[in-house]
Design a protein around this ligand. Sequence first.
Ligand SMILES: *Cc1c(COP(=O)(O)O)cnc(C)c1O
Length: 410
Amino acid sequence: MTASSPMGIPRPQVKTLDEILPHEPLLMMGAGPVPIPERVAKANSVVINHLGSVMAEVIGQVKAMARYVFQTESKWVIGVAGPASAAMEMAVANLMQPGERILCINNGFFSHRMAEMALRVGAEVHELHVGVLEAADPERVRKAIEETRPKVLTMVQGETSNTVFNHSLQEITKIAKSYGCLVVVDAVCTLSTMPLKMDEWQVDVVITGGQKGLSSIPGVSLLAFSNEAWAAAKDREKPPAQWCFDIQLAENFWHKDGYHYTAPVSGIMALHEALKLVCDETLENRFARHLRCSKALQSGIEGMGLELFIPTEARLNSVVGINIPEGLTAGQICRHISDVYRVEIAGSFGQPIVRIGQMGEQCREHNLFRTLHAFGSTMRDLGIKVDQPNGMAEMESYLQKVPRTLYQVA
Ligand SMILES: *Cc1c(COP(=O)(O)O)cnc(C)c1O
């Protein structure tokens, strides 16, 4: 101690960011974060007083736009400084008390997370495991609800890890409501990429993050509670253990222009711009753009002779899972396409696939062509026989077949 120099710990020799970042930015085509529009990037550099009247106006607009995106008239839109997982935790920690029952539909890595969070609350957790290549089956869910009689049912709309789409969400919600359950839906990768009607489908809590479908930055997330869920979350003996995630404290900032903690001002500005872009585009056009681009990419991949992981009926469009050809690893593919072609795609959590995202700004034709070309070239470079010209042609012909504007969303 006494021998330490007056200078203390010496300062480290580090590089500048410019020295670390690649000269040519990588095209972010993985499972998130996704590229952000210029307006979002610009807003992300703004810092203002987080409690002034300007902030109050911004928050008012964020809530109004979020209600449109969530398709709810509920007043209870709330944000959190944190990843989408923080919004998940906010839902679980406020709704659940020790000993209460929760049923979590487990489609994989992300939908299991809600069960982990509920365990930490001390809830009695039941999980309904769904096969890797399947969507949740409403009748199996009904049986599990009858057996466990949970207060809360959680499920994911799109399971990003294995690229499964829970297409029976609406039916499952209806069943759960008929048993009096509160329904919590993780729409992190799907919100604003495909239909989700919170009020009409009777969903009680919808959770999303910034860095996926919304094409904002990671680190600020949103969720919406129905009146019933909000009342249930407030009706408890003790506040939740997590002070930061307590909705009664968060209400001060999000609904009363008051203080909870210093709000992530820049991230909220970015989110505001991202939501404004969704409103300008309209949900209908945005869904159509996502569907058209994702299907075009899928036909391009198959046109090269590669296989998609999930059968058509349960396949998610927001993130496309591709079987890894024999002899290769996800790490090899992702490294090569990044190093050589400056395109970033993702491996997976536990599945033998690589994943290409189709969320927000990823669904632009120029990004599709660059990505598919880079992917095909990567396969060839790594010694896999693919018909790259045919893949590119299949994608182009799909795009020509399906016009940009007239596309009908199911
Ligand atoms: C990405 C993702 C999450 C987690 O988001 P973070 O921002 O990493 O916390 C949760 N659920 C789904 C469906 C996701 O795609």
